[in-house]
Design a protein around this ligand. Structure first.
Ligand code: HSE
Length: 308
């Protein structure tokens, strides 16, 4: 195969109580990428459509991730990359992770699958670090593995696949403002009080248990973020109104998607997810701020090869 085209999905990281470790994969929004073998050695980005991003390999998330792969594998031929971005950078739904994960999965397919998913995540983290100034994999892992994932460690990469209850749907509102991950991380405290840490890890443990047991009430009771949300929610216009409206309507929980500004809700059933979408729209229309909404099931497959 000389060329591989992939769908690289958006993802929701943190999922309220799982900062930097928990994430899930969406299936109704994502980028497309093409990687191609060419005679001249090296990694070159030949096209980037949708949003303006650096074309220089060493400044581009996909370029850096691809270079990390190529440095290790050392293929005989060179690599060209085309990026078709549909996920706005700085949206909070894993735009950089889609680029980094998409390119390494596509390269792996192109070159005969030499690496496993942990190794691919390790290469992709190098690209993700270009955007967020630190290596973490909570958006990358759900894009590469699909479903819900828990990143047990980054060095070395260890990822746990968490089961998804059958009726779980996500609703996202994406206010069309950009919050750079690095900026959103900069507002966070370096240390947190022990009582908040205890509450947060109790919620994360119970959320993981609830996902394993399809216990929707416990999911609802666990989707709380007492550590990160107080700092980041101030960066997101009308965050509290959205959260209040969707919880009142019947969402299981609501929180900041990744580093924001997108806000996610988890819902039992598609009907509820669509109702929640309408509530989000009702809050945002009077504000005059442009926004997009998405309703999605949980994508169990992750990145999809489109031309196999
Ligand atoms: N866990 C990351 C954060 C996700 O919240 O900063 C965004 O890259």
């Amino acid at each position: 195969m000389k060329e591989v085209k992939v769908f690289a999905p958006a993802t929701v990281a943190n999922v309220a109580c799982g900062f930097d470790v928990l994430g899930f994969c969406l299936d109704t929004i994502g980028d497309e990428m093409v990687v191609r073998q060419v005679v001249k050695k090296g990694v070159v980005i030949t096209k980037c459509m949708g949003y303006v991003l650096p074309m220089a390999t060493e400044q581009n998330v996909a370029g850096v991730a691809a270079q990390a792969f190529v440095n290790d594998f050392d293929p005989e031929l060179g690599i060209e990359i085309e990026i078709y971005k549909y996920i706005k950078p700085g949206s909070g739904i894993g735009s950089s992770a889609a680029s980094a994960a998409g390119v390494v999965v596509a390269l792996n397919e192109l070159l005969g699958k030499p690496y496993n998913r942990e190794q691919l995540t390790t290469f992709a983290m190098k690209g993700e670090a270009v955007a967020s100034k630190c290596e973490h994999a909570d958006n990358l892992a759900p894009a590469i593995y699909g479903g819900f994932t828990l990143v047990k460690s980054c060095h070395p990469v260890k990822v746990l696949e968490i089961p998804t209850p059958a009726d779980l749907f996500a609703t996202i509102i994406h206010p069309q403002i950009e919050i750079k991950t690095a900026d959103s991380r900069a507002v966070l405290p370096k240390k947190i009080p022990l009582d908040l840490a205890i509450e947060q890890w109790a919620n994360l443990g119970s959320l993981i248990h609830a996902l394993h047991t399809s216990n929707y009430d416990l999911i609802a009771d666990s989707l709380n973020d007492v550590v990160i949300e107080p700092y980041r929610s101030t960066l997101i216009p009308h965050y509290k109104e959205v959260k209040t409206a969707v919880l009142h309507t019947g969402a299981l929980g609501c929180g900041i998607s990744g580093s924001g500004p997108s806000i996610f809700a988890l819902c039992k059933g598609k009907k509820m997810a669509l109702e929640i979408e309408q509530k989000m729209i009702d809050v945002y229309i009077p504000t005059g701020i442009d926004f997009e909404t998405h309703v999605s099931g949980i994508n169990h497959q992750g990145i999809k090869i489109l031309n196999s």
